[in-house]
Design a protein around this ligand. Structure first.
Ligand code: HEC
Length: 727
């Protein structure tokens, strides 16, 4: 870890002294925060002690200067009662300090700030602790995840944060370990393997801690996994309960009564491959109902014709499941997408809120999932209160409020002979990126993406599920799909855009939209001073007026931003923290970080601060990439075979059509294209395995590595010709 904090070094005595947490001058005297804040007495807590417990989390509004958990409170509204930064002075926000991060690729975690220390995680599941005021690094913890796990991480080697509890921090590592770390020293206290290493599970979510239990799920539903959520004793790491989200083979002892009845909505041998339904992001605890809610992902494969040939609901795929916190026993479920085949995970952030609906106070659960429908449920019973469109979509016309089921557009279902164009695409109208709710404006702030994609199923007679590769059993490029895109009224292919949206969950209507210059969703936070904070993919961190969407402040971050910010107070001053660095660099940005090619950093802002980011390019870093492919020597058949194999085995990481969309190399620019020997050394012999590019020898059929090579050479030559035509 190379951090640049020497300019603001904290003295050791300060580091060891006590910090006060409790009500601060900057607390909003609003109805939302005032009652608890007015009564609470300051409590002396040891610096760096991470002394979070249930009572403290329940009373989070009485210490708004802390950010106790990734979502701040149990409700996960990501609303801060702090008022130090307001519409009047937000223009004076400047960089207070920053820390370079020594990993690249997606940086998705929200910094947690408690008892004077700030904790965050990075790509490859590393954890860092900093003094929240001075920026001095306190410790770094590297779980040393084997890079070969990168090959089974569908959506990058990311991590979305830690949970703090009674002096420890809890980390879900990419390789399926749950690790407890001593908050003072950064040393491992215990670890357990939450998954079977034979199966391609990964963990990217932040653990949640409820009544001394660490709750953790996993991902892997594109590979061959069966989803489940587990609870471990926070003190000992002992497994307390586990809830499977899809049934196993009939007769299996893990099939609870609910799963036995779910079996009726499944067909075929789906259980051989796990079935999917992984709960890979949202987990929410509600102290009022004492329930834990989680959202589940897609089934395996995406194509229902392959997964469950006679159809069926395929419970609990694409569902919200509520379980009793202490036992993990089933309470209720709500399936948003029965028989999903569009990768419509409903793992997107959940939050609870108290709303007034039709004059009645209601305690609700809310979600803006991939599907484009915003849901409001009764938190205790799961009864649907309302659902409507928060983004354009074409796969259903509405949600039937009586049955809770979508009224599907029959054209949206596909098979191996029928194509469909579906809006939104699998990345969703809203994915994992945190949204925020302000009890002051009554609005939810959602990072929205508009997109569409074509689908056809692989042939169910010949499709074979393979270990450790994408098994969606879908085709996204075919003549039939191209034909559909050509029809009048069809969505425009590849037309993808994003914006920040304010949504009224009571009236179920869009209030404002703030468009992004460059496509890309980004996490959100809101404050009691009616500000909404969010980064973007043009390399800026912005503050908006929560009522109107007017942009009030903007500062250059030199990086793509996907993570959500958090805010805290130390010594009476309000700070805003943001982790940056995602897919490549923003347009026109040079690399200025010596430790990451995408300028990954932790950035900390406060009023009137004047620190600056480096402006000099890093020696040896490539500024502008040049397309320099060899001439195409492959046959037409090879290029076509290569396109298919690339789509199945490589595109998940290297991007659709050979165009990179993450910080993983764009193969069209690869020096390895110069000759097939170099190419095979990487793809077949695993020369770069230690960097997350494992050998594909056991997966690719004879000649496929070469076919993919010819396909990429062809794509690179096409792109080069297009560039030349533009000049
Ligand atoms: C799980 C993610 C993942 C998958 C799937 C994947 N790669 Fe990679 N690949 C990587 C990463 C990460 C790197 C960068 C390694 C490094 O830093 O050297 C890489 C690098 C490469 C490179 C070298 C690029 C350069 O820097 O010049 C080639 C060639 C390559 N991959 C080919 C393939 C092919 C062909 C496939 C499909 C058969 C594939 N990859 C599938 C993650 C992946």
């Amino acid at each position: 870890m190379n951090n640049k904090m020497s300019r603001a070094v904290l003295s050791l005595s300060a580091a060891l002294s006590l910090v006060l947490s409790g009500p601060l001058a900057a607390v909003a005297q609003t109805p939302a925060a005032a009652p608890a804040a007015a009564k609470a007495k300051p409590v002396a807590r040891a610096y760096g002690g991470a002394a979070v417990d249930g009572a403290r989390l329940l009373a989070a509004d009485s210490e708004p200067g802390s950010w106790l958990a990734a979502g701040r409170t149990y409700s996960e509204q990501r609303y801060s009662p702090l008022t130090g930064i307001s519409k009047a002075n937000v223009g004076k926000l400047g960089l207070a300090w920053y820390a370079d991060v020594d990993t690249e690729r997606g940086q998705e975690s929200t910094p947690v700030v408690v008892d004077g220390a700030l904790y965050f995680t990075t790509a490859w599941s590393k954890v860092f602790a900093y003094d929240a005021k001075s920026g001095k690094q306190l410790w770094a913890y590297d779980p040393k995840v084997d890079p070969s796990n990168g090959a089974i991480a569908c959506c990058d080697v990311v991590n979305r944060g830690v949970a703090a509890w009674k002096g420890k921090l809890y980390l879900g590592a990419l390789d399926g370990r749950l690790i407890a770390i001593d908050a003072k020293t950064g040393k491992k206290a215990w670890e357990v393997q939450t998954t079977d290493l034979k199966d391609p599970y990964t963990i990217t979510q932040a653990p949640r801690i409820v009544k001394g239990l660490v709750i953790i799920g996993n991902g892997g539903a594109e590979y061959t996994c069966r989803g489940y959520v587990s609870a471990y004793d926070a003190a000992t790491g002992k497994l307390k309960w586990r809830f499977y989200t899809v049934p196993a083979k009939p007769g299996d002892p893990t099939n609870t009564p609910e799963l036995k009845s779910a079996l009726k909505g499944w067909d075929g041998d789906f259980w051989k491959y796990g079935g999917g339904g992984t709960a890979w992001d949202t987990i929410l605890y509600d102290p009022k109902t004492d329930l834990i809610y989680f959202g589940t992902g897609n089934g395996l494969s995406w194509s229902q014709e392959v997964r469950s040939p006679k159809g069926g609901d395929n419970l609990f795929v694409s569902s919200i499941v509520a379980v009793h916190a202490s036992t993990g026993k089933y309470a209720w479920h709500f399936q948003e997408v029965p028989g999903d085949e569009w990768d419509y995970d409903v793992t997107n952030p959940l939050m609870t809120a108290d709303l007034k609906i039709k004059g009645q106070p209601r305690h609700v659960l809310m979600q803006a999932p991939k599907t484009g429908f915003f849901y409001v449920w009764d938190a205790a019973t799961g009864k649907l209160i309302s659902a409507d469109k928060f983004a354009p979509l074409n796969w259903a016309s509405k949600i039937d409020l009586k049955t809770g089921r979508p009224v599907e557009n029959p054209d949206a279902r596909y098979s191996d002979t029928k194509a469909a164009i579906v809006q939104p695409a699998p990345l969703g109208a809203h994915n994992w990126h945190p949204m925020a709710y302000s009890p002051k404006t009554g609005l939810v702030y959602i990072p929205v993406t508009e997109s569409s994609t074509g689908f056809m199923s692989a042939d169910p007679k010949t499709f074979q599920v393979k270990d450790r590769v994408y098994n969606t059993a879908t085709v996204s490029f075919s003549d039939k799909i191209t034909e559909l895109y050509g029809k009048p009224g069809a969505p425009q292919r590849g037309n993808i855009r994003s914006y920040l949206e304010a949504y009224d969950p009571v009236a179920q209507k869009i209030v404002w939209k703030a468009p992004d210059k460059d496509y890309g969703p980004h996490g959100v936070m809101t404050t009691a001073t009616n500000l909404v904070f969010s980064g973007d993919w043009s390399g800026y961190f912005n503050a908006f007026d929560a009522r109107t969407g007017e942009k009030l402040w903007s500062i250059k971050t030199q990086a793509d931003v996907v993570a959500a910010p958090s805010t805290y107070v130390i010594g009476g001053e309000q700070y805003v923290a943001l982790l940056v660095g995602a897919r490549g660099l923003p347009p026109g940005q040079i690399r200025t970080s010596a430790t990451s090619a995408n300028n990954s950093r932790l950035l900390i802002y406060k009023l009137n601060a004047t620190e600056t980011l480096p402006t000099a390019g890093v020696a040896g870093a490539v500024a502008g990439k040049v397309l320099d492919p060899p001439l195409l020597t492959g046959t037409n058949e090879q290029v076509i075979d290569g396109e298919g194999a690339y789509g199945r085995f490589c595109s998940g990481c290297h991007g659709a059509g050979g165009v990179a969309d993450k910080s993983i190399p764009d193969l069209r620019y690869s020096p390895a294209l110069r000759n097939l020997r170099n190419w095979n050394a990487i793809v077949i012999d695993g020369e770069r395995a230690s960097k997350g590019m494992v050998s594909f020898k056991s997966v690719l059929a004879e000649g496929q590595a070469e076919a993919i090579y010819h396909y990429i050479v062809s794509q690179a030559n096409k792109a080069k010709a297009e560039q030349a035509a533009k000049r």
